[in-house]
Design a protein. Sequence first.
Length: 76
Amino acid sequence: MTTEHHLARIGAVAAVIGSAVLFAATMLHPMSADPSDPTMAFAEYAADALWVGSHLQPLVWALIVGAVMGRAARSL
């Protein structure tokens, strides 16, 4: 397998995993309050027990994908 194919496979796997994680994080995020009403939206976020996880999950996965892609780019 060439380096180009290897990088394409890493990118495809990262895209699929990243999409699944983003979907899961979106499902965990509270969404019943009107987002154009900041007082109600932030009150809803503050009452949610999982707010930290639903906001850190996409960040952690973005860092992992960035690290994998950076490592792949260095191998060129």
